[in-house]
Design a binder for this molecule. Structure first.
Ligand SMILES: [Zn+2]
Length: 499
């Protein structure tokens, strides 16, 4: 082994410790990014970035970019960060490069914790605020405290790079006439002029109010709200949000949390919240998701006006429609007079063109008249996802062996109403692993032999999946991750290596 002279060693050491020296330059930047990002997992990747940043002052600035691209703060960490920032103390400069932040704290503290965290993260692009459920409202003062604390969200309006904001707050108490949560302070979202995605998943067994309806920023492309919040949005928002493409409406309430435990009242409230938005949505909305909502006849007629829809995810919890209204929907359904509608019932050949179905099929018979009415009215619809969120129907899920005949039955029943634009449908399964089916009536593949798909159609499938994945991550938390985050929050956590 060659002996390196001592003088050379001290020279190289001195060179290495020189802040101006950067061994990073010896390798292309892309390679360093790959080395860090392709570590075993995200935790390893960040750990590696932090280790490399400690090698020399020259490397520190480069690798701090990759050390905390996203952070989840909960328990003590959220409170300590708040105290550090309120006390004017310096926090780790790596936060300056954090893009995605999830903060979990009690409802009264969530706004101030978010504001403090955002103060440390100058380049924040995505902020999600998660509160544990408020199970007990001791007095009206509890709700007043929560309302007043939301004023601390105001400094977020000065975050110029914020692209996504989400607030998750559930008050799962039985409905009380006297309880009302004032959400007026959420009007700070109007000032987030760069915001693309907004989630306000706020709901519970009480009323919600605002001094003035909330005006959404015109830059919005994706909106995820509960029916309660939808009713608080200013109607001018819909005409101003020229790029709004995706709307996700989700009702998280149980029956005991509904006003008067009445489904028809809940359905009427949703309909009146939908009505002002429809003229603008008809022109622009590409993707509509209705989760666990209670829907009535008028709401179905309104949704039927969304003629620009390309993706429709329909998973109602209950249908508050009278039998004569069901009959009316069936009568007003548009049947195809083309050759598609005249196809015979699926024989073995036709059936073989369907992709193999390997998942359980929710009980969808109740939705059949609604689908007959809607499907003929969506000339651009490419992807349809169906499900039923009713607890009553959960026990009726069929086994995977039985599902293929039911699937064929549904397709046969809907065949006269299917437009050639509809290429794919799937049945919602909770774990998100449902198979996607290619329909034999797909207009993109009609010229091909059975069992084959056109490249355009295949591309459509992947493009849809990809766009959904990109849109849901990392700027939104998948809903299944939320209980896990809150569980961590409820434990007494120690201060981690962040501080
Ligand atoms: Zn196709």
């Amino acid at each position: 082994m060659p002996v390196i002279p001592r003088s050379n060693l001290s020279q190289s050491r001195a060179r290495f410790l020189n802040p101006k020296y950067s061994p990073v330059k010896a390798l292309p930047m892309e390679l360093w990014h790959h080395i860090v990002k392709f570590a075993a997992d995200e935790v390893e990747s960040r750990s590696l970035a932090r280790c490399l940043s400690a090698v020399s002052p020259g490397l520190r600035n480069f690798f701090l970019h990759l050390a905390f691209p996203s952070l989840t703060l909960h328990g003590d960490q959220a409170y300590i960060l708040k105290d550090l920032c309120n006390g004017g103390l310096q926090t780790v400069s790596a936060f300056a490069f954090t893009k995605t932040l999830v903060v979990a704290a009690h409802a009264e503290d969530i706004a101030s914790s978010c504001a403090a965290a955002a103060q440390a993260a100058h380049n924040l692009a995505s902020l999600s605020a998660i509160c544990p459920d408020v199970h007990h409202i001791r007095s009206s003062r509890t709700l007043q405290c929560i309302s007043a604390s939301f004023q601390h969200f105001a400094p977020l309006a000065r975050r110029p790079h914020l692209r996504h904001f989400g607030l998750y707050l559930q008050i799962p108490t039985r409905f009380s006439k006297t309880d009302c949560l004032d959400l007026s302070e959420l009007d700070f979202v109007t000032s987030l002029v760069q915001l693309h995605s907004l989630t306000l998943r706020v709901s519970g067994g009480l009323s919600f109010a605002v001094d003035e309806p909330i005006l959404l920023p015109p830059s919005l492309t994706r909106l995820h709200v509960t029916p309660a919040v939808l009713g608080l949005i200013h109607r001018a928002s819909w005409s101003q949000a020229q790029d709004l493409l995706v709307v996700h409406i989700e009702d998280t309430r149980k029956r005991s949390q509904l006003k008067g435990s009445s489904e028809s009242l809940a359905a009427a409230a949703l309909t009146s919240a939908l009505a002002p938005a429809l003229p603008a949505w008809t022109l622009r909305l590409r993707d509509c998701r209705l989760f666990a909502v209670i829907i009535d006849y008028t709401a179905i007629v309104l949704v039927g006006e969304l003629s620009s829809l390309e993706c429709f995810d329909f998973q109602p919890k209950s249908i508050a429609i009278a039998p004569e209204e069901i009959a009316l929907l069936e009568r007003k359904a548009i049947r195809r007079s083309s050759t598609i509608a005249n196809q015979p019932a699926p024989d073995a050949d036709t059936a073989s063109r369907l992709a193999e179905f390997a998942g359980p099929l929710p009980a969808l018979a109740e939705l059949l008249p609604l689908l007959k009415y809607l499907l003929g009215r969506f000339p651009k619809l490419h992807v349809l996802r169906l499900g039923h969120r009713s607890p009553r129907l959960r026990g009726l899920l069929v086994s995977s062996q039985d599902s293929q005949p039911e699937h064929l039955f549904l397709r046969t029943a809907l065949l006269p109403y299917l437009l050639p634009s509809l290429s794919l449908w799937s049945f919602a399964i909770d774990d998100g692993t449902e198979p996607v089916h290619h329909l034999p009536t797909c207009g993109l593949c009609s010229d091909l032999s059975p069992g084959t798909r056109s490249p355009t159609c295949s591309h459509l499938h992947f493009a849809t999946l990809l766009s959904n994945r990109q849109a849901d991550h990392p700027d939104q938390i998948h809903i299944t991750h939320i209980p896990q985050i809150l569980q961590v929050h409820n434990r007494l956590t120690t201060v981690g290596p962040l501080f």
